[in-house]
Design a protein around this ligand. Structure first.
Ligand SMILES: [Zn+2]
Ligand SMILES: [Zn+2]
Length: 282
């Protein structure tokens, strides 16, 4: 496989904006975690070695940052963790210079109740990339993790009403893209991925349109999060959203969301087929 895969987008769409080839870089993994976040395993260097073994040319560590989340466990980094993350990341950059480009970034989890705090935390470090996500939904008293399959999260969100949570999720991302200076929007439709019967209604799709308009306006990229292949046979987001992004000339950035070193670059070999015109899934 070459370092770039060029595909002509996208089957079955109106012609506007769809006729120029779109390029994604399959030699670059844009979303990698480490043991620093408390729910991944492996040192940063283990991920670097895995990337080299997989013939990648660049990786971006995109570690979890959350602001003022009330949750039973901490699944994000503290300031002390981020200090160590930068120290080790900079050491690895030097050590592997010429062999692998290593970017040090952050996956900023949005919290509509803590925007100023999140901005202030983001301003403290020289990130190579800021990814925007939205993981934790609040009922006013506590937070529920929208990407978790744990019963307490699923029951809590179901009690709030899934349509309402989804609307709030997209509204939050729309606000996040406007108010946080990010470069990539992460795993857009991974939210509530463990509810197989959940579908977006018309108003959710309108929110997705608005969100992608803003992503394009801000010149942000859209992540193709390949962890989705393991769960539903396609990345996050789905074909329909990818097609909407391509129509807006939004750049697509592959990311494995690795939480173990052996997940670096996972399923990247499936992206060409996923993106190829004529894919029956489209
Ligand atoms: Zn994680
Ligand atoms: Zn995430």
């Amino acid at each position: 496989m070459g370092s770039n895969f060029t595909y002509r987008a996208v089957h079955g769409l109106p012609a506007d904006g769809c006729n120029s080839p779109v390029t994604i870089d399959l030699k670059s993994d844009g979303h990698i975690h480490t043991r620093f976040c408390n729910h991944a395993s492996g040192e940063m260097e283990d991920y670097v070695r895995a990337a080299l073994a997989g013939n990648l040319e660049s990786i971006t560590f995109l570690e979890h940052l959350e602001a003022d989340i009330r949750y039973a466990e901490r699944t994000w980094l503290t300031d002390t963790d981020f200090d160590a993350f930068f120290q080790e990341g900079n050491r690895l950059r030097k050590k592997y210079q010429g062999a692998l480009t290593i970017n040090l970034g952050v996956e900023a989890g949005f919290n509509p109740q803590a925007v100023a705090r999140l901005r202030e935390m983001l301003a403290r470090y020289p990130w190579d990339r800021v990814g925007i996500s939205y993981h934790f939904f609040s009922d006013g008293k506590q937070h529920f993790n929208m990407v978790s399959r744990r019963p307490e999260n699923m029951a809590g969100l179901a009690a709030l009403g899934l349509d309402r949570v989804l609307s709030g999720y997209f509204a939050g991302l729309i606000q996040a893209v406007q108010e946080i200076d990010g470069q990539v929007l992460c795993h857009v439709d991974a939210v509530m991925r463990h509810y197989p019967h959940l579908s977006f209604n018309r108003s959710h799709w309108q929110q997705v349109e608005r969100l992608l308009d803003l992503v394009a306006q801000k010149n942000m990229g859209l992540e193709l999060n390949t962890s989705g292949f393991a769960i539903r046979g396609e990345p996050y987001p789905c074909q329909r959203i990818v097609a909407m992004a391509v129509r807006r000339n939004i750049r697509l950035i592959p990311g494995s969301d690795a939480h173990r070193p052996d997940q670096v670059g996972r399923y990247f070999d499936r992206l060409p087929e996923f993106l190829a015109p004529g894919n029956p899934a489209q």
